[in-house]
Each structure stands twice: as C-alpha cells, then as structure tokens.
Design a binder for this molecule. Structure first.
Ligand SMILES: *Cc1c(COP(=O)(O)O)cnc(C)c1O
Length: 456
C-alpha cells in the first residue's frame, strides 16, 4: 500500500506523494506528513550514497513515480556534489565528527534536498503537462539552493523573497547573479519571518494560489524533509552503531528529518537542537511554552528564525496526531505569541530532543577553538552545533556527529573575525563578486508580492 500524506491540521484532503510535492502547504494551513513511517530495509553500508538514498526514500514515493525515473532523479541530484561520498565525515576531536553537508552547488545543506526536489517537480509537471510558480521565502540558503535547482527548468517559474539587507553578501549574490528567465528575486523590506508569513498568506489566499499555480519548495515541503533523512541513515551505517547528532537549527527541518530516520530504525542515541540567540526552540524545551520574540540578526543568519515552521510536524505527532488540538495551539500562538503547550506533549518532545543556544561571541570563540585544535575551519552555523553538541552530549562513548550545514566561505566576515583568515570561495564561484545582480525590491505586504507575481 502506498503511503499517503495527511495534514497536521486535520482538515485537508489526504494526498499522494506527488500531490503533496506540488501542493506544499495544505489548504487548511497545515503541513503534510506521511500517514505511516516505513521501516528501513537491508542496506549495504558500502554502497554509493545515491543508491542508499533511493532505497531509503522509495517507500515514501512508491505509487507516485516509476522506480527508474526516481532513481534517475536521485542519481542526477547527487552527481552535482563535489565529493565522492556526497556528505563526507571529518573527525575534529575524540569521537566527535562533522558531517559535511555543504559540497553541493550553493555550499549549504539545502542543496541535498533541493537538487532532488527540483528534479522531482520537473518530472511530475511534465508528466501532467502542467506548469507552476514556486513562491519561496529564504533566510539566505534556501533561496540560492532553490534557484540553483530550478533555473531554466521548463515547467517552473520561481519567485524568491529574501529579507533585504539581512542575508550575507555571498548568499545574496548566489541568488541574484543567476541570470535565468524563469527566476525572480524579490528583496522584502522586513525580516525572514515576514517573508515566511507573506508566503503563507499567499498560499492561504485561494484566488491568488489558483491564479498563479503556486507551489512551494521551502522546508514545509515534505519532499525536503524526506531527502534529509538519508544522510542520518548513511552516517549510522558508516559509523556502524549508535550515533548522537547535534543539528544547527532554524526551521526545524533538518533535525525533524533525524527524528524520522530514528523512527525508521536508524540507531540514533541523542538528538541535540542547537540554536543561536534566536532561541524559540531552546526556550520551548526549557519552559514548555511557545513564545515568540523579535528576530535578532546574528552571525548565523540561516538560523535567525522565531517561528520554526517544521516544529508543527513534531507538535502534531506529540499530540497523538490530533489535528484539532494542533490547530488550536498554533492559532493561539499566532494570536498571542505566547502559549503553554500540553504537559504530555512537552514530555514527549523532551524525550526525543535536547536543546541549547550559543551567542555570537561564543560562536566566534568556537570557530577559533576548532581551527586551533583540529585545523578544520567551520562556519558560524556549524560552530553553534559543535559547541552545543559538546555541552549537551550525554554519553561520550557514543560518537557525536555535528552537521556542518554551510561552507565557511559563505560567511567570510565572521570566519575572518574568528581566525584572522578569510576563507576562499571554491574555484567555481571565484567570480561571484564580479557578476551582475538581478533583483527587485518590494514592501512587506501581500499586495506587493501579488504585484510581483502578476508582473513576472
Ligand atoms: C537552513 C540552514 C539551517 C537551519 O536548518 P533548518 O532545517 O531550518 O533547521 C542551518 N544552517 C544553515 C547553513 C542553513 O542553511
């Protein structure tokens, strides 16, 4: 029986994988989740990444796409990575490794999911003879990874919103220097949460959604969560036993994928959620309440988030898949910005995740420490994960793997401040600062976004 997809708010139609892929946010405002979590089959630890990836993901997509077409999409996606292991493991200290997720075309872990999603989307649209406009919000890395994955694809246009002045120079240029007729970059006068709200508002506006055939590839799309499950599985296979992971976290997509890997049977000992000063998740695990604060810019901008959209999936599971209770909780959070969460749900979540924060000064100190002790240069997001992971790991005899979510060259100012040396961009991006930028600016309103869609 094919897995079907149900909304966390309990009031949207059940969909197949390919319909959930095209739909993104459910019509009731919820996020699609698989109705059943498959168990991992027999896997060969020595097989190439793409082969294991196909095997791990297949049960989620079976019934929606032919196996051969799926395998081709997976092969194509991971052939774009600049390392034979796709996600190499690097030891930085005794029993502590980095999993380098930044070997893709835009130097951040978003490529792992989006290179696949772009291919699956194009495949599905051409099978249906349909076209869509992808509307996405980015705190920096999603946008460039989406643009890289979608540029020049026949059946997709993409409009990507980023918060003006709140993404790094390299991040912005990776988006705006792509010169493809199907891509439009929009700089919004607001924060990333504002951009994310605008995207949600557009999807909740059925007229707008129908007029432009809107589709989403931001981390609310199940296919992205699915693609990220794979590297947790391959890492436990490679290390040959239980592993703990520390995950630099923003929208809770990456670490949510880890929890699915664990439910599928991967031997995962501990999951550590690492946040920067924008610590809504850490405060939730400490207090049992969801409380929003304003977003403060930090050295790790891809984690500058106060509403972690994928946390809804974890809350819904913790509620025993109670769509009504999940809807009430999130509506109250929207309205008041501060809600206590049912004690049983909190217990459930605390049994799965530990959480901690790190401020900017300590992040710089951590980059310097890791370089001095291991010779490895890490980016500020990774540094948050490394530090919080060391602090919160319970059993030092279990290998700790911190996810290295970006290449240090993406955040050269912070890295130079910490180490005294400016990390060079890889050769294929060395001309990034000479290329012409293409973007438009717009106000923080749904009307302004609708105008951008209309004029594109
Ligand atoms: C997106 C991103 C994160 C946060 O990942 P989530 O899945 O949103 O929790 C962390 N680090 C980097 C470099 C990112 O691009």
């Amino acid at each position: 029986m094919a897995i079907s997809y149900i909304s966390t708010r309990g009031a949207a139609p059940e969909l197949s994988f390919s319909d959930a892929l095209l739909t993104g946010l459910a019509v009731d405002g919820g996020l699609y989740c698989p109705d059943e979590v498959p168990t991992l089959g027999e896997l060969d630890a020595g097989a190439p990444y793409a082969e294991i990836a196909s095997a791990v993901m297949w049960p989620y997509v079976e019934g929606s796409i032919a196996r051969e077409a799926f395998d081709d999409a997976v092969q194509g996606a991971y052939a774009t990575f600049r390392h034979p292991d796709v996600v190499p493991l690097i030891q930085i200290e005794d029993n502590h490794y980095l999993l380098d997720l930044a070997k893709g075309p835009t130097l951040a872990f978003k490529d792992i999911a989006l290179q696949l999603v772009g291919r699956l989307l194009d495949h599905e649209l051409s099978a249906r003879s349909e076209q869509v406009t992808v509307l996405g919000a980015t705190s920096g890395d999603t946008g460039s990874a989406a643009i890289e994955a979608l540029q020049n694809r026949a059946n997709v246009k993409a409009v990507i919103l980023h918060p003006e002045g709140r993404v790094s120079d390299v991040q912005r240029r990776q988006m705006t220097t792509v010169d493809a007729p199907n891509i439009r970059n929009v700089a919004i006068d607001g924060t990333f949460d504002d951009c994310q709200d605008l995207v949600k508002a557009a999807f909740n506006d059925e007229a707008l959604r129908a007029e432009f055939g809107l589709a989403a590839v931001n981390s609310i799309n199940w296919a992205r969560v699915m693609a990220q499950i794979v590297y947790y599985v391959t890492t436990t296979l490679r290390l040959g036993g239980p592993v703990s992971f520390s995950v630099p976290t923003g929208n809770f997509g990456n670490v949510l994928s880890a929890s699915y890997a664990k439910r599928m049977g991967a031997p995962i000992e501990q999951l550590i959620v690492a946040s920067n000063r924008n610590d809504v998740l850490t405060r939730f695990f400490e207090t049992g309440s969801l409380s929003a604060q304003s977003v403060e810019p930090s050295l790790s901008p891809s984690m500058d988030i106060q509403v972690s959209s994928n946390f809804e999936r974890a809350l819904w599971e913790a509620s025993g898949r109670d769509g009504t209770a999940t809807t009430e909780l999130l509506q109250e959070f929207r309205a008041t910005g501060d809600v206590p969460v049912d004690a049983e749900w909190v217990e459930q979540l605390r049994s799965q995740f530990d959480a901690g924060r790190l401020d900017d000064d300590a992040t710089l100190a951590e980059i310097a420490r890791v370089k001095e002790e291991s010779g490895v240069v890490i980016d500020p997001h990774t540094a948050v994960g490394v530090h919080v992971g060391r602090r919160l790991r319970r059993d030092p005899s279990v290998p700790l793997v911190t996810l290295a979510t970006a290449d240090p060259a993406k955040f050269p100012d912070a890295v130079e401040k910490a180490t005294g040396e400016r990390p060079p961009l890889p050769g294929f991006l060395s001309e990034l600062h000479e290329r012409t930028e293409h973007y438009v600016t717009a106000g923080n309103s749904l009307d302004a976004v609708a105008n951008q869609l209309r004029s594109f």
